[in-house]
Design a protein around this ligand. Sequence first.
Ligand SMILES: [Zn+2]
Length: 122
Amino acid sequence: MDAGSCNACSTAGTPLMKLSLGKDFFGRTYDRLSPSSDQSPKWYCEPCSMMKNLQRDFRDIRMEFDKLAKGQASALSEPEAKQRAQLRLREIAAITGGQPAGSSLLNPADVTQLIDQFHTRA
Ligand SMILES: [Zn+2]
């Protein structure tokens, strides 16, 4: 794999990593939930593949949080999972906050907002 470029930032000429989504933050496989999302793994440069992982966890957590907020069954009903999600969100906020602005993959403001929503519910 050489002549490719990053699927997120289009950088070429750096080592690229193939990213297959695998399991979500709550340990469920993507293949089962949404086969289409894992059938075409993409290639990312190193910074983007890290952001992509953060983005994936953030999306999983936000999706489960929305369910919780609507009173639906949610992986976050487990206090342990909820705590783990909150820790992960803080980690994501710390990492994205230190990134140069304008990453198209994850908006730090979205992360901060979700952390606030967690606090409001607690
Ligand atoms: Zn990239």
